[in-house]
Design a protein around this ligand. Structure first.
Ligand code: 3SL
Length: 241
């Protein structure tokens, strides 16, 4: 197995695909997707265009759907939910089909959606993702951070590093053998530096700062938790988990 880390969707090489592609948006899209499935959401349909989302969601009965969307960190007007993992409770999300649009997480997922296996990862699901990858044993894995408008995000790269670190430990492999590119080794170094203070790292990160400015302290605390959810969101068809 070779594991490649790409800090942003823009870094992903054109023209080839891995056996397994993993989208990461710790703050907050992939943390929120895992939180929704954890309370029994039926499916998540991901859109970049809000009008397309509204049109497609019309085909789903109103009591079975939830419209969830964020622009600039804030809820889209007229939608049921924004992009907070804490929005998802049993009462609200169980049995519902989510129609979701976020700025960077959506773009990341769409960039890799043609790979044969596509999953999402967050710090909350790190161990479940590692177990899934070990069970599938793909020859080539890509971990792709969503970043922020084309820029590197600390929180996505530290999550990629946490996954590579754990894969290496469980495979009994050294990084030289497992890492497909230098970014994978750098991501592990970032994780090893911050593994005991992930919340502090999220609070230092530029998007963490942005969310703190929007009074989302509890979201940062939630998203900084490691290995608390035993599930892996898997793409069933492009754009749907
Ligand atoms: O950009 C995204 O995809 C979002 O996760 C950003 S936010 O955390 O909802 O602001």
């Amino acid at each position: 197995m070779k594991v490649f880390v790409y800090h942003t969707p823009e870094e992903v090489p054109e023209g080839n695909l891995p056996d397994c592609a993993i989208a990461i948006d710790v703050l907050r899209a992939t943390s929120t997707m895992a939180a929704a499935f954890n309370v029994g959401a039926e499916s998540i349909h991901v859109f970049s265009d809000l009008d397309e989302l509204r049109t497609k969601s019309d085909a789903c009965p109103a009591d079975k759907r939830l419209l969830a969307g964020e622009r600039g960190g804030a809820k889209v007007e007229g939608f049921d939910l924004g992009n907070s993992p804490l929005d998802h409770t049993q009462e609200r999300s169980h049995g519902r089909h989510l129609f979701m649009s976020t700025t960077n997480g959506t773009r990341c997922l769409q960039r890799i959606q043609q790979a044969p296996v596509v999953i999402t990862a967050a710090l909350t699901t790190r161990q479940a993702v590692v177990n899934f990858v070990l069970q599938q044993n793909p020859a080539e894995v890509w971990l792709v951070g969503s970043g922020w408008q084309g820029d590197y995000s600390l929180e996505d790269t530290v999550c990629a590093g946490a996954i590579v670190h754990q894969l290496a430990a469980q495979l009994g492999s050294d990084l030289k053998t497992l890492a497909g590119n230098d970014s994978a080794i750098a991501a592990v170094s970032l994780y090893e530096q911050w593994q005991d203070s992930l919340l502090e790292l999220l609070q230092c990160a530029s998007h963490g700062q942005r969310l703190l400015g929007l009074h989302q302290e509890e979201d940062l605390k939630y998203c900084a938790q490691l290995d608390v959810l035993d599930l892996v969101p898997i793409q069933s068809e492009p754009g749907t988990l």
